[in-house]
Write a protein that binds this ligand. Structure first.
Ligand code: NAD
Ligand code: UDP
Length: 320
């Protein structure tokens, strides 16, 4: 009998790729999403499949799914700084109340649950690279706090269900991940730069561009998450690509990749924007036998191809 997995945030970037992965591994997939930052076009191709079902539902209200569930992956949450500044209360609720509902469902169904945590639990880190032992440097009251603190609460309540109820839980601390199906206007740096290049606009680097990020291609991320779910390890594991780059150098790479004649312009650095970020993936290597395989050049080419395939209307549609 096929195993059945519930994926929240299924119409989003990571959720939709996870749906594809579990379908291709022979699972029955139940997708759930309220479409607040997602798009049904990301999972359009799945609706014709017998093994795929979809519920349009807000997970911050009671979650019920009939029948057995073997695994739950909780990926519903706005994930870009622009999104969680625009919808701060929903952001707080989805990782707190939403996570509580899904833990309750996992307990009822005796299912294993994996939650999507984030490198943001480390905040603006004072330790570099960041290992799972680092407790983080987060402002509770800063603009990013709605996301960071909700994710920290999410980890705490998940560990409480694990310790108190004996629930099988997994915690993935996901570092910046990119690839096809990111929303063009979600404000994250990769869609922002590629969109600017495609529209013939200058590339906006925030601050002096000396802040760093480490970008992981989505296929690698999905493999890491899949291995973590099937492992027997219940403490947090960093999943990301340790290849660190400054945002300024990254903007130059995008200019080369896209062949744009536009230049780089500097804009103010958003408040609490972390200065450096690189995952220590020793645990993922040792416990999961996982490490990323796709380099930035290859991953960015695939991502650029995806964005080039958008229509003019999609390219010039502004949400903000
Ligand atoms: P996304 O915005 O593309 O997807 C999130 C999805 O969740 C959207 O489809 C949205 O409609 C849905 N959603 C939001 N609130 C909901 C609610 N209350 N009920 C039901 N559905 C809801 O973002 P993403 O990049 O795919 O991120 C997915 C998850 O991974 C998030 O939890 C995010 O915090 C985590 N994460 C992502 C990254 C990354 O680099 N992409 C890094 C760290 C953590
Ligand atoms: N950034 C930038 N220009 C943009 C968008 C983002 O310089 O148009 C910077 C942003 O300030 C941050 C980095 O790129 O330092 C990554 O931003 P993103 O929103 O992708 O993710 P996060 O800050 O959550 O890592």
């Amino acid at each position: 009998m096929k195993k059945r997995v519930l994926i929240t945030g299924a119409a989003g970037f990571l959720g939709s790729h996870l749906c594809d992965k579990f379908i291709s591994e022979g699972y029955k997939v139940v997708g759930m999403d309220n479409l607040i930052t997602g798009d049904l076009k990301n999972i359009d191709h799945l609706f014709k499949l017998e093994d795929f079902e979809f519920y349009n539902h807000d997970v911050t209200t009671f979650v019920h799914v009939a029948g057995k569930i073997d695994y739950i992956l909780h990926f519903a949450s706005p994930a870009s700084p622009i999104d969680y500044l625009k919808i701060p209360i929903q952001t707080l609720k989805v990782s707190s109340l939403g996570t509580h509902n899904l833990l309750g469902l996992a307990k009822e169904k005796k299912a294993r649950i994996l939650i999507a945590s984030t490198s943001e639990v480390y905040g603006d880190p004072l330790v570099h690279p960041q290992s799972e032992e680092y407790y983080g440097n987060v402002s509770t009251i800063g603009p990013r706090g709605v996301y960071d603190e909700a994710k920290r609460f999410q980890e705490s309540i998940t560990m409480a269900y694990h310790r108190f109820h004996g629930l099988e839980t997994r915690i993935a601390r996901i570092f910046n991940t990119y690839g096809p199906r990111m929303r063009l206007n979600d404000g994250r740096v990769i869609p922002a730069f590629i969109g600017q290049a495609l529209r013939g606009e200058d590339l906006t680097v925030f601050g002096d561009g000396m802040q760093t990020r480490s970008f992981c291609y989505v296929d690698d991320q999905v493999e890491g998450l899949y291995s973590l779910l099937l492992s027997d390890y219940s403490l947090p594991v960093n999943i990301g690509n340790p290849d660190e780059i400054t945002i300024l150098d990254f903007a130059k790479e995008i200019i080369k990749l896209t062949g744009t004649n536009q230049k780089i312009v500097f804009k103010p650095l958003p408040q609490d924007d972390p200065l450096q970020r690189e995952p220590d993936i020793t645990k993922a290597r040792e416990i999961l036998g996982w490490e990323p395989k796709v380099g930035r050049e290859e991953g960015m080419k695939k991502t650029y191809e995806y964005f080039k395939g958008l229509t003019e209307e999609e390219l010039f549609k502004s949400e903000h």
